[in-house]
Design a protein around this ligand. Structure first.
Ligand SMILES: CC(C)(COP(=O)(O)OP(=O)(O)OC[C@H]1O[C@@H](n2cnc3c(N)ncnc32)[C@H](O)[C@@H]1OP(=O)(O)O)[C@@H](O)C(=O)NCCC(=O)NCCS
Length: 175
């Protein structure tokens, strides 16, 4: 499988997740309080979904791997809901659904590379915008999204539970 994004030193490789990596991806999500703790079937759906424009909702799971060990050190899951724009042209509403980077790998550009890989995929799905929701208290993730070009487009009061928090809705135009 082709490596989509790599850092200049080649120490981090970003590509679509493989079935054999799902256990490690789920463990990473479980050990990350701010990530969504999906059941195995949810991760499988993002890993195995046919990534085709003809699908009503295409899905993709990307992993960032350490080139030294080959082990996943981060992941990001994206969806693209097919629609038509006002002119009748094919388009897609895309969403970042879940993301985490292992604590020891943070602030080394892994999250940024995962987002770039996802944005490339969304553009390939005729995506017009990439949307996400993030806890208002998650300042690190919000900083990453702002640095990547997302802008705040709304706030959902008391959207999250355990612990309660508002959701910040952010959007990045893809063209
Ligand atoms: C949010 C998260 C994915 C960021 O991953 P990352 O690999 O550390 O991000 P990057 O290294 O690519 O950061 C790129 C830029 O984003 C900003 N940024 C990222 N994390 C930040 C933090 N904790 N505080 C402030 N700015 C931050 C910085 O501008 C950073 O550039 P710099 O390091 O040169 O200053 C990671 O912290 C994480 O897994 N958090 C827990 C799970 C989570 O919050 N998921 C998102 C749910 S919506």
């Amino acid at each position: 499988m082709q490596n989509l994004v790599s850092d200049s030193a080649g120490t981090i490789l970003v590509r679509r997740a493989r079935a054999a990596e799902l256990k490690a991806v789920r463990a990473l999500a479980r050990s990350t309080p701010m990530a969504a703790h999906w059941l195995p079937a949810a991760f499988e759906a993002y890993c195995f979904a046919p990534s085709q424009k003809s699908e009503a909702q295409a899905k993709a799971l990307f992993v960032a791997c350490s080139a030294a060990t080959g082990m996943p050190i981060g992941f990001a899951a994206f969806s693209a809901l097919a629609m038509v724009d006002p002119s009748g042209a094919p388009a897609a509403e895309c969403e970042l659904e879940n993301m985490a980077v292992a604590a020891e790998w943070r602030r080394q550009g892994v999250g940024k590379r995962l987002l770039h890989a996802g944005m490339l995929w969304c553009s390939g799905q005729s995506g017009t915008s990439l949307w996400l929701e993030v806890r208002a208290s998650n300042r690190g993730a919000i900083a990453l999204y702002e640095q990547t070009g997302f802008i705040v487009s709304g706030r959902r009061t008391a959207y999250y539970a355990e612990p309660p928090d508002d959701a910040i809705l952010m959007r990045k135009k893809l063209f």
